[in-house]
Design a protein around this ligand. Structure first.
Ligand code: NAD
Length: 475
């Protein structure tokens, strides 16, 4: 049985009941899994008003109370992981093992926020006059509106929900219509964990219409979005026009730099496996590969060989390592990148053409000999396509890596301490991974700079976007 789909407003699950609905499709075989109700404007208003009403008492809840609910959600996530993971593979396409991994890491996110929300502190500032007391209080910002994407449906949502609720905020969340089951499951778990009505509200519908309504409303005080750079800029400018705080976790185009002195074989094997994770539909996926000249041939051969042995198929099938793309529109998106590469003289060493059949399958693809201004080298492919080029020296490669407007993640392979220090200082990125992949843990900050976003999720920074600072002075 696939997940029941509904709106969740003021503690009530509301089914279609005459509302417009949208088909949810399995990307492995195009079968219709369910019908998702779209929120009307009245539903959106009710969600906002419910969140506003709930904020009056939720902002006064003790951190222990918030922590208890987040802990219960962590436990429920573990208890229900097998079912939620199966549904996520059905509507998103990723292999079951990846869905399970996402669920288990999300239970950690909920637990970590449960601990950390008990450590939201203010401070006391020494006065100039001994009779004065000066305090800095950190208070929840108010009603938040959040928009989460389809690539990590559970993970992207729980980070925002746990941070908002842990900080004492209430929220209206719009989940991903293409892959809704995991976010539905989140609403059900908070409901079962005893979250008061109105603290979390979940809506679905036409993304631009919903975001426009929720951001313009005088009730909302903060906007959090994960998705593409163009949409992020649009939502941030609307939020700016209404003087609302934003957190933006946007796309990147993560450079990978492999130096001659690295363990090239290890790097190539690790990167090939990382590249096809979630069929490359990962904001921190390694997407531009720069390999130093002496290491280039070996890297290319091991990387291509590893990718050519990846089992692609329905994520529920045993041994499948890469599923389909999450929806139909991603296939022409991949084809545009490959067509541009071919027209720019690129050599397609592996893959390159969509797989015929029922699902939205695109194979692992390796392309070389591209100029730096090819589409693949300048725009995030968000799919299983890897462009690989060579470089001569460190100054050149840092300049090439920093040449784009994005700055999310970056990956460097070297055995030199000097090189490691230099790249971690000079790469313009929110995250620098040296010789391994270590981002996205609950206790570490995750976020981008430049066009890749504003603010961090996770780490002790996680509540910053959901709190306002109040200064109190008394005599
Ligand atoms: P898209 O830009 O149409 O949508 C991206 C996400 O934003 C979707 O979840 C969508 O529902 C949402 N969205 C779109 N317009 C919106 C609006 N006006 N208001 C609120 N939400 C809105 O592209 P797509 O084909 O769905 O996804 C591909 C692109 O999205 C990729 O190139 C990638 O850059 C980006 N993306 C990034 C992440 C991430 O984790 N940063 C996740 C998913 C998608």
């Amino acid at each position: 049985m696939y997940q029941k789909l509904a709106l969740y407003i003021n503690g009530q699950f509301i089914e279609a009941e005459g509302r417009t609905t949208q088909e949810v499709v399995n990307p492995s075989n195009k079968e219709v899994l369910g019908h998702l109700p779209h929120a009307t404007n009245d539903d959106l208003e009710l969600a906002l008003v419910s969140a506003e009403r709930a904020f009056v008492s939720w902002k006064k809840s003790s951190p222990t109370e918030r922590s208890t609910i987040l802990r219960k959600v962590a436990q429920l996530t573990r208890d229900r992981a097998a079912l939620i993971a199966r549904n996520m593979t059905l509507d998103q396409g990723k292999p079951l093992a990846e869905s399970m991994g996402e669920l288990i890491s999300c239970a950690d996110h909920a637990d970590w926020h449960a601990e950390e929300c008990r450590r939201i502190y203010g401070r006391v500032i020494a006065p100039r006059n001994e009779n004065v007391r000066q305090f800095v209080l950190r208070e929840p910002i108010g009603v938040c509106v959040a928009f989460t994407p389809w690539n990590f449906p559970y993970n992207q949502a729980i980070r925002k929900v746990a941070a908002a609720i842990g900080a004492g905020c209430t929220l209206v969340l719009k989940g991903p219509e293409d892959s809704p089951s995991a976010v539905m499951a989140i609403a059900q778990m908070f409901h079962d964990a005893g979250l008061p009505p109105g603290v979390l509200n979940l809506v679905w519908g036409d993304p631009p219409k919903i975001s426009d309504y929720l951001i313009r409303s005088p009730i909302s005080r903060k906007v959090s979005f994960t998705g593409s750079v163009p949409v992020g800029k649009q939502l941030a400018s609307l939020a700016g026009a209404h003087m609302k705080r934003v957190s933006m976790e946007l796309g990147g185009h993560s450079p990978v730099i492999v130096f001659d002195d690295a363990d090239v074989e290890r790097a190539a094997k690790m990167l090939a496996k990382f590249k096809i994770r979630n069929a490359g539909q990962v904001c921190v996926s390694p997407t531009r590969f720069y390999v130093q000249k002496k290491a280039y041939d070996k890297f290319l051969s091991v990387f291509t060989d590893t990718l050519s042995n990846i089992k692609v198929g329905d994520g529920l099938d045993e041994g499948v390592e890469m599923g389909p793309l999450a929806h139909e529109r991603r296939i022409p998106a991949m084809e545009r990148f490959v067509d541009d590469a071919r027209s720019r003289g690129g050599k397609v060493l592996l893959g390159g053409d969509a797989v015929a059949g029922k699902g939205f399958f695109f194979p692992p693809t390796v392309i070389t000999d591209l100029p730096d201004d090819a589409m693949l080298m300048t725009q995030e492919p968000f799919g299983p396509v890897a462009p690989i080029v060579s470089f001569d020296n460190i100054d050149e490669v840092i300049a090439r890596a920093n040449s784009l407007p994005f700055g999310l993640s970056s990956y460097v392979f070297t055995n030199s301490l000097q090189i490691a220090t230099r790249v971690s200082n000079d790469l313009e990125a929110g995250m620098v991974n040296i010789n391994h992949f270590g981002s996205a843990l609950p206790e570490t900050p995750f976020g981008g700079i430049k066009d890749s976003g504003i603010g961090s999720e996770g780490g002790s920074e996680t509540f910053d976007g959901y709190l306002v600072t109040k200064f109190v002075t008394q005599i």
